[in-house]
Design a protein around this ligand. Sequence first.
Ligand code: CMX
Length: 134
Amino acid sequence: MQISHIEHIGIAVRSIEESLPYYQEVLGLKCYGIEEVKDQKVRTAFFQAGQTKLELLESTDPDGAIGKFIEKRGEGIHHIAFAVKEIESALEEARSKGIRLIDESPRLGAEGLHIAFLHPKSTHGVLTELCENK
Ligand code: CMX
């Protein structure tokens, strides 16, 4: 597959509001958008950090992916997202190479990106997101 860059790094937090002072006042990054992704049961906050972005993820439902992650592991890095050209063929390539897909086909994520996740049990422990801006 063709990866052009790291699109963002996803970070699970208990509370976006409580995390903002660290990212804004200590790191000096500016939050440029907060968005709820209902089907993922999360609220997201985005920061531009040079050529990539940080995505803070706050759970809106304890049974969602972030709710369960925080319950088990606490706050911390949750996933890495790569920007790819042609996400459908990237997914198909991952599948054909034996990678377990969480999403069989791309769906709409935050910021209108087409996204799909690869299971961390088949990617050496890193929950991996592929995304395409189209
Ligand atoms: N990174 C690495 N490993 C992870 C993980 C993560 N983010 N989340 C879970 N795991 C591991 C768990 O530790 C567990 O390992 P063990 O069996 O060794 O304990 C295993 O994966 C299964 O975890 P689980 O708690 O049973 O959780 P689920 O199987 O219910 O779900 C996952 C795990 C990755 C399939 C689920 O979180 C998922 O579908 N994620 C993709 C969607 C998502 O993350 N959405 C939120 C972000 C949305 C956005 O960015 O817009």
